[in-house]
Design a protein around this ligand. Structure first.
Ligand code: HEC
Ligand code: HEC
Length: 440
């Protein structure tokens, strides 16, 4: 076999000339994501993210907003602590999942949209299953009341809006980093069996998608890249079709068709670049030494009682994320439908890691919520049922049940210290106000 020929100086010059124009495009590096994004793309993306979409919107090449939608802008939900933040329970998304026994004509899982451009398109839960009310949603307190009996054929749950700060870094996390976290858990689990020193139930696994990629986004890790999620959000939340995704059609009118595609790939990339460019959350330490040492003690306890087994402080090169980005079984209390946001994950066909048990997430499995920015993203958990940090921790079950018990059994001051520590994990300071729109 011929040896690889080394590059000669002439080759370097040619390469430099080819690359030169690219340097001009990249006006500055994204603050948070390692992927370079241009300031122009970020600025345009911000406008699209904040834009209030209308029917036949001038910024689209299709029918614009709808026919069904949950809100008229990304900002309407993602706004706590600035554009890109989390959202309140009032903005929760309603998700359904049908079991194999159902005879309903609608897809086996999806979103029930809260709004429509015309009354005849309005979705209601009874279109999903006849046992359900003629309403687009059920109050969260009713959904989470496990004493109520319900049809075994259908499950309705809600999803709370997460903050997007730092998502550019998550987008860039290498597969190998996620796989190594999974391996760490498997090793720890085996050690428990051998010496009994630890009583950890913590497992955790990657979410292998049907096409073999690893999930990074969504409460159930059903999307591999930020751009995939942005496209799904456009189609699903606002009814804006794009090259990756058809827009949501009314559950009652599945044959609905419209002319044109609303967004271009480029517009979706701009929105993705805007999110990529959002600064990651930071830790803001109190200035007085007494509070500071309480926070430090809380940080130590957080690791000591096992919170950091899942809420890993570092994920590859990302410091201070407090997540392993793996799925964990959180117990029956936190079970949801097998329904997914926007799409189902079919049974995966690729299994190329020996530690992976690559299956569809079970109802009780959730991505370890990254705790960076957690002080500014209430309410908590996948459906926002926990109003406070304490509530969120106490509701941890399944793999986290032993850790949750350790938290509950700590002294009052120790618990306060853990909470004080979590309250230092803040959303990034916002520098730019939402801009008004320039219609092109
Ligand atoms: C009606 C409220 C609502 C609107 C409008 C909305 N989102 Fe979201 N967003 C959510 C919810 C709820 C989730 C969590 C969904 C899940 O994981 O099941 C989410 C999740 C995301 C995520 C994944 C975050 C992560 O870390 O996993 C991204 C990215 C995102 N949204 C971007 C957008 C963009 C871009 C728009 C506008 C095109 C938008 N969203 C509009 C509610 C909303
Ligand atoms: C077995 C893994 C695991 C352990 C151990 C664990 N967590 Fe979690 N944590 C999760 C998962 C998964 C979620 C998301 C659950 C959901 O949304 O229903 C979560 C959610 C949270 C949330 C809510 C975050 C949000 O944005 O909604 C907080 C706060 C939290 N955990 C703190 C803690 C603390 C403090 C400890 C230690 C006492 C701890 N966790 C131990 C896996 C774990």
């Amino acid at each position: 076999m011929a040896a690889r020929s080394p590059m000669r100086p002439a080759h370097w010059i040619v390469l430099a000339l080819v690359l030169a124009p690219a340097w001009k495009v990249v006006e500055r590096l994204g603050r948070s994501g390692p992927k370079a994004v241009s300031a122009k793309s970020v600025a345009e993306g911000r406008i699209l993210f904040n834009h209030d979409w209308t029917v036949n919107d001038p910024l689209t090449k299709g029918d614009g907003l709808g026919p069904v939608f949950n809100a008229t802008s990304c900002l309407a939900c993602h706004n706590q602590g600035g554009a890109g933040g989390g959202g309140p329970v009032a903005r929760n998304v309603t998700v359904y999942g049908l079991s194999g026994g159902s005879t309903s004509k609608v897809p086996p899982s999806g979103v029930v949209h809260q709004k429509a451009i015309r009354p005849e398109f309005q979705e209601t839960l009874n279109l999903v299953h006849s046992s359900l009310p003629h309403e687009p949603s059920i109050p969260l307190s009713v959904l989470t009341d496990r004493s109520r009996t319900r049809s075994p054929d259908v499950v309705i749950t809600q999803r709370n809006t997460p903050a997007l700060f730092g998502d550019g870094l998550i987008d860039a996390v290498a597969d190998e980093t996620l796989l190594s976290h999974q391996r760490e858990h498997s090793t720890a689990a085996r050690l428990v069996g051998l010496n009994g020193a630890r009583d950890s139930k913590v497992r955790g696994r990657i979410a292998r998608l049907a096409d073999g990629r690893i999930g990074r986004f969504g409460w159930k890790l059903e999307f591999a890249t930020l751009n995939d999620f942005v496209k799904a959000a456009c189609a699903n939340e606002l009814g804006l079709s794009n090259p990756g995704r058809p827009q949501a059609v009314p559950l009652g009118q599945l044959a609905y068709k419209s002319e044109g595609t609303d967004l271009t790939d480029e517009q979706c990339v701009m929105m993705t670049d805007f999110i990529r460019d959002l600064a990651a959350p930071t830790q803001v330490l109190p200035s007085d030494s007494k509070s500071r040492s309480q926070v430090e003690a809380g940080h130590t306890l957080f690791a000591k009682i096992g919170c950091a087994d899942c809420h890993s402080e570092k994920l590859g090169p990302i410091a201070g994320i407090f997540s392993d980005m793996l799925l964990h079984d959180m117990g029956v209390e936190l079970e949801s439908s097998t329904g997914y946001y926007g799409s189902i994950i079919p049974q995966p066909t690729v299994r190329n890691d020996k530690f992976a048990v690559s299956e569809q997430p079970t109802p009780a499995e959730w991505r370890t919520a990254p705790l960076w920015g957690v002080a500014d993203s209430a309410p908590y958990l996948h459906d926002g049922r926990a109003a406070s940090l304490e509530d969120a921790i106490v509701l941890h079950g399944g793999e986290a049940s032993d850790v949750a018990v350790r938290f509950k059994e700590m002294s009052g001051p120790d618990r306060d210290a853990v909470i004080a520590f979590l309250k230092t994990l803040r959303a990034p300071a916002q520098t730019e106000e939402p801009k008004t729109l320039a219609v092109r």
